[in-house]
Design a protein around this ligand. Structure first.
Ligand SMILES: [Zn+2]
Length: 487
């Protein structure tokens, strides 16, 4: 007997509503269903995991499309319409299906749509009717009641830093097939708490969130099909903002609701312990680097981090490194399309050029004088534990060397938490004294030897680790930790 025919689509973007850089069509990589099957096979992505899971269960895979963009500011309305159209036409070609797996981020905001992921689920629901619809989400998703109403089953990553994308895809695929076959009847409940957690405070390998994750795992099994914890990414000013716990049971809505509330309570109880450890100003951070034997010594510039949706164009660490560490070998990076273009034809030559502030108007550019030692462009594959094998590009790039400092300038955002990005530019992170990454947590998975000593830089920016500095207009009030006194 032929297995059920299941559609698979992926449309992923995480929005930082504090970022000045809107997400536009050109920021997306779009693969047709067939291209996605070919290019993503074997990668640590939800799409690849879902396909592998479906094939193992004997289901027929109907690949629709895979589209993703790096985190950034709001998706423009025009771009959102384009994405919704892609999904709609993909479904049009694939129908009829017996079920659908949709991989979304869960924290996408479009120009005029706060809950843009729910709007995409709605597009799918309208097309497929009442057949089972499973959605997998990032751990940083802001899960809403509308999403719960529209989907039959939702699951999220279990890890932060994220290393379980493929297995999350596989889990949702299995649940969709079981639902199609009538083996389970999913009942789903969401519990929310008005709280935000800084990126470093939500790790699932250590600390308070790992305790609640263990508790969730111990309660999963039997009628409890899935428990997902969503400590939402904090740079998101939307009306239903807050930590979410989502429980899927086999037919027991009351049980799902009780467990979700219980686990949300467990997170809430631990909120004061969910903080950013080793937050240091640049001078302290360079002192710590000198006192440490760990190489490379990693400094996380989390406040201006492209994988948290910020532009990555603040050059403050260029100046700080020049002041505090001229003798140390430092690798650092900046997004500056104009400078990378100009340096592209200057390999071997000296340049004196202002860098920074291409998007964030409050950022002051700084002058860099040095030799352009390399330049290039084109795609390469990530090699770290998060997004292993994913093909990415940082547009046109160049390396400007000033004494011991190597500045990687790129025209598109770069993933500096992954060693492959540096190596693509001819730089070896393992030989640096200090590696400055624009990353909130992925570097922990990708540079495990440096993680224990790594410091978070205490700097301002659209993805600041100091959540009390964010000015919310749409989020519910009171909101922890902003209104600590009121709670
Ligand atoms: Zn995430």
């Amino acid at each position: 007997m032929a297995g059920p025919r299941i559609g698979v689509a992926s449309l992923v973007q995480e929005t930082n509503t504090f970022s000045p850089k809107p997400t536009v069509r050109e920021d997306y990589t779009v693969l047709s269903g067939e291209e996605a099957l070919r290019t993503l096979a074997g990668t640590n992505t939800e799409f690849a995991g879902a396909v592998a899971g479906l094939e193992e269960l004997g289901a027929e895979v109907a690949p629709l499309l895979a589209a993703w963009a790096l985190p950034s500011g709001r998706v423009t309305d025009e771009t959102f319409e384009y994405l919704a159209g892609l999904l709609d036409r993909g479904l049009d070609r694939a129908l009829p299906v017996d079920g659908l797996v949709l991989s979304l981020h869960g924290a996408m905001v479009a120009g005029s749509v706060f809950d843009a992921d729910a709007a995409l689920i709605e597009v799918a629901r309208r097309r497929i009717g009442s057949v089972p619809l499973g959605v997998c989400l990032d751990l940083h998703a802001n899960v809403t009641e509308r999403m719960v109403e529209l989907a039959d089953i939702m699951v999220g990553y279990h890890t932060e830093p994220h290393v379980d994308m493929a297995s999350t895809g596989e889990r949702i695929a299995r649940l969709v097939v079981k639902t199609v076959r009538g083996e389970v009847v999913p009942a789903m409940a969401l519990a929310k708490r008005p709280m935000l957690v800084p990126a470093e405070g939500m790790r699932t390998d250590i600390g308070p969130m790992s305790e609640v994750r263990s508790l969730a795992d111990s309660r999963t099994g039997g009628p409890v099909l899935e428990v997902s914890l969503f400590p939402v990414q904090p740079w998101l000013d939307v009306p239903e903002l807050g930590l979410g716990v989502l429980v899927v049971t086999d037919g027991d809505l009351t049980g799902a609701g009780l467990l979700a509330e219980q686990l949300a309570g467990e997170v809430w109880r631990r909120r004061d312990r969910m903080t950013t450890p080793r937050l240091m100003d640049p001078e302290e951070a360079f002192r710590a680097a000198r006192e440490s034997d760990c190489r490379p010594f990693v400094m996380a510039h989390t406040a201006d981090c492209p994988t948290a949706g910020a532009p990555g164009d603040d050059p403050v660490m260029v100046t700080e490194a020049a002041h505090h560490a001229p003798d140390l070998v430092v690798l650092h990076s900046i997004l500056d399309p104009e400078v990378s273009r100009r340096c592209h034809n200057e390999v071997g030559g000296r340049v004196r050029i202002a860098v920074g502030g291409a998007f964030e108007k409050s950022v002051v550019p700084v002058e860099v004088e040095g030799t352009v030692t390399a330049a290039g462009s084109g795609a390469y594959r990530l090699t770290g534990r998060s997004f292993t094998g994913r093909e990415v590009s940082m547009g046109e790039w160049a390396v400007i060397v000033t004494g011991n400092h190597h500045l990687l300038v790129s025209s598109a955002p770069s993933i500096t938490a992954d060693p492959a990005t540096w190596r693509h530019a001819g730089l070896e992170p393992d030989r640096a004294d200090v590696l400055i990454v624009r990353s909130c947590s992925d570097y922990r998975a990708n540079f495990p030897g440096s993680a224990a000593e790594a410091v978070t830089l205490d700097l301002p920016g659209p993805s600041t680790p100091r959540l009390e500095h964010l000015e919310f207009r749409h989020a519910p009030k009171p909101l922890y930790p902003d209104d600590r006194a009121a709670m």
